[in-house]
Design a protein around this ligand. Sequence first.
Ligand code: NAP
Length: 317
Amino acid sequence: MPIDRADREGSTTHDTIIIGGGPAGLTAAIYAARARMDTLLVERTFPGGLMMISEYIENYPGFSNGVSGPDLCLAMQAQAEKFGAQVMLTDIQSVNLTGPEKIIRTSEGELKARTVIIATGARPRRLGVPGEKEFQGRGVSYCATCDGPFFKGKKLAVIGGGDTAVEDSVYLTRFADDVTIIHRRDRFRAAKIIQERALANPHINVLWDSVVQEIHGNPVVEQIKIKNVKNHDLTDLKVDGVFILIGQEPDTAFLADQVTRDSFGYIPTDAEMHTNLPGVFAAGDVRQKTLRQIVTACADGAMAATSAEKYLESLGL
Ligand code: NAP
């Protein structure tokens, strides 16, 4: 006879700890809490992940007029908390996930759980050129939604050719007079509909086959050096800001060697979100997968929580 999980009050070991509060983590929290699991979601800053910096989401089903990222995130968090999930804001220092009791060391102390769902997502990839670090926050940005409004009437460069770079270039023309997309190849990776909007925008021009080599300024960004990768020509472009929108890297370094990761740091799972460790699941952008979207993150979160529930049942819990 399974023990009623809701009755295990006073236990210091949670049924599940979800690490990361993006759409995958929040959906896992909704499903786990609804399954009457003692659910704790641990997040470093504020729940929502990359959703929190998405001004407008038009491809999440059910919102024909689009929805703001923060609104969607707050609704997911409220839904999880309504079912009893707890949210804790703290920094994770290290983990020990190999045994039956999972240990998570945070700046607030040690947490214990029977299962762990890793939903830490991914963070912006760096370009790695001189000036990038020095001018971060002084003209170099990784988030158009966060920093775009600071560039009213200015001239901007956007680096990248994926959905984020091309879509956000259009968004940035709400503020900037002039946006130059600098892309290392001769075609975009972005979806066709997104490309069409950017290429039709009179405030956007594109430098193909080009990479940024240096970022200069004093005390804020003033100029970038660009190299054409085909003819090796070097040119200088005067800009007030550089938006580096070249994708993300998974946030998995804290796992050390405990959970198997691929060469990019993403976690391989099976279709039920199992990792290589019993009782440890991964969901969302942190997982090795081909489509990283809010809707796929939510699906992963639901599956991971259901698998965690089945795992507890297999232990008679
Ligand atoms: P992405 O799809 O990985 O694209 C990254 C872009 O940056 C690529 O064009 C890549 O060039 C370029 N790049 C990577 N490293 C670079 C470097 N070191 N120097 C110069 N350029 C570099 O990343 P994303 O655009 O952030 O999108 C991430 C995911 O979110 C995708 O699955 C995307 O579909 C999704 N997303 C969807 C929407 C939407 O549906 N509305 C909006 C935003 C994001 P190459 O093309 O040469 O590789």
